[in-house]
Design a protein. Structure first.
Length: 117
C-alpha cells in the first residue's frame, strides 16, 4: 500500500505514473484531508484525478493520534457523491487488506483512462 501519493510532487506533475504501480498490484491510499483541500490545491486536484481514473483503493483519515487535527472520513461523502464508492474505499478494501484477502471489485462507475505517451 502506498500512502498519500497525491501529496508527492512527481505524482502531482504526472498522475499517470500511478497506473503502472497499481497494475503491478500496489494499492493506493489517499487522505481525506488532501481530497478536501487541507494539503493544498495540487494535492486536492491530484486526489480527484486519481479517484476519477480508478487508481485509489483506500480513503483514510490520516489520524496518527488523537491530538491531530485532520479531516474525518465523513468529510469525504460530499466530495465523492457516490455512497457505494465511499463504502468501498473506507470499508470494503481496508477490511480485505486487514483480513489478507484480495480487495473486492470496485463499484461500477465511470472511470477514465490516461492516454499513453
Amino acid at each position: 500500500m502506498i500512502a498519500h501519493p497525491e501529496r508527492y510532487a512527481y505524482v502531482q506533475e504526472s498522475p499517470a505514473i500511478v497506473t503502472s504501480l497499481t497494475e503491478s498490484g500496489a494499492l493506493m491510499q489517499v487522505t481525506v484531508t488532501s481530497l478536501v483541500g487541507g494539503h493544498g490545491r495540487a494535492a486536492a486536484a491530484t486526489a480527484r484525478v486519481l479517484l476519477e481514473h480508478g487508481l485509489v483503493h483506500v480513503l483514510a483519515s490520516d489520524m496518527h493520534g488523537p491530538r491531530l487535527n485532520r479531516a474525518p472520513l465523513a468529510d469525504a461523502a460530499p466530495a465523492l457523491a457516490d455512497p457505494a464508492l465511499l463504502e468501498w474505499l473506507t470499508f470494503g478494501v481496508p477490511h480485505a487488506v486487514v483480513r489478507g484477502d484480495d480487495p473486492p471489485a470496485r463499484p461500477q462507475a465511470s472511470r477514465r483512462s490516461f492516454r499513453r505517451r
